[in-house]
Write a protein that binds this ligand. Structure first.
Ligand code: C5P
Length: 216
């Protein structure tokens, strides 16, 4: 019998991996975990209690309390929480606790879709299929600005671009589990693609991997 499918999706902030992960999870009827929310939950707890983000003992306590069933996307999506999450995410003790929870999610009998920064490299190195979704920093900044404006907000392109570049540097430059494609990941550059095109390209890769998996 073939193993339950695990779809691992990694990439930098704003590349479209979250949307892609949700679409694939819907299409293949698999549970989905946005692992960024787990780091955001730790950062949010620290901010709420007024504890410094680099305070490892408190961050560990917060990480232990993270419950995958009650991650509130509306609260955790705030821009400031994302920035704070990338600071908390450099702490190896925090990563270890969250990675254990993420692996338990991936091990469900149904299979699962997980998206983040280190899914293919660390959390699920044996995933059925690994996608590394990228787009140029300029394209990601333009998309982010369009999203803000669609919600009646206002933003400044140069500031958004600078934030994205800074977050990339932090995520790619950290010592523990830096953002990078797994050696066996399929690269999907969405700079020139709309979401539908990216979804169809991802589906073709997943279908291929599933067909190979069922023959194994
Ligand atoms: O994807 P999202 O923007 O929600 O992630 C917030 C931050 O959490 C990232 O910038 C990254 O530092 C961290 N993260 C991580 N590993 C993951 C998912 C997110 O380090 N698997």
């Amino acid at each position: 019998m073939s193993r339950p499918p695990v779809i691992a999706i990694d990439g930098p902030a704003g590349a479209g991996k979250g949307t892609l992960a949700r679409r694939l999870a819907d299409y293949y009827h698999l549970p989905h975990l946005d692992t960024g929310l787990t780091y955001r939950a730790v950062a949010h707890m620290l901010i709420a209690k007024g504890w410094p983000l680099g305070d490892a003992p408190h961050a560990v306590e917060a990480a232990r309390l993270v419950d995958l069933g009650s991650l509130d996307k509306a609260i955790l999506s705030a821009h400031a929480v994302g920035e704070a999450a990338s600071k908390v995410a450099v702490l190896p003790e925090v990563r270890k606790i969250l990675v254990d929870k993420q692996r338990a999610f991936a091990a469900q009998p149904s299979g699962a879709v997980l998206d983040g920064r280190d899914i293919g490299t660390v959390v699920c190195p044996g995933a059925t299929i690994k996608l590394y979704v990228t787009a140029s920093a300029e394209v990601r900044a333009r998309r982010r600005l369009a999203e803000i404006e669609a919600n009646d907000g206002a933003g400044d392109f140069a500031t958004i671009l600078a934030d994205i570049v800074r977050r990339d540097e932090r995520d790619m430059g950290r010592a523990d589990s830096p953002l990078k494609p797994a050696a066996d990941a399929h690269l999907l550059d969405t700079s020139e693609m709309d979401i539908e095109t990216a979804f169809l390209a991802a589906r073709a890769l997943v279908d291929d991997a599933l067909a190979k998996g069922s023959k194994a």
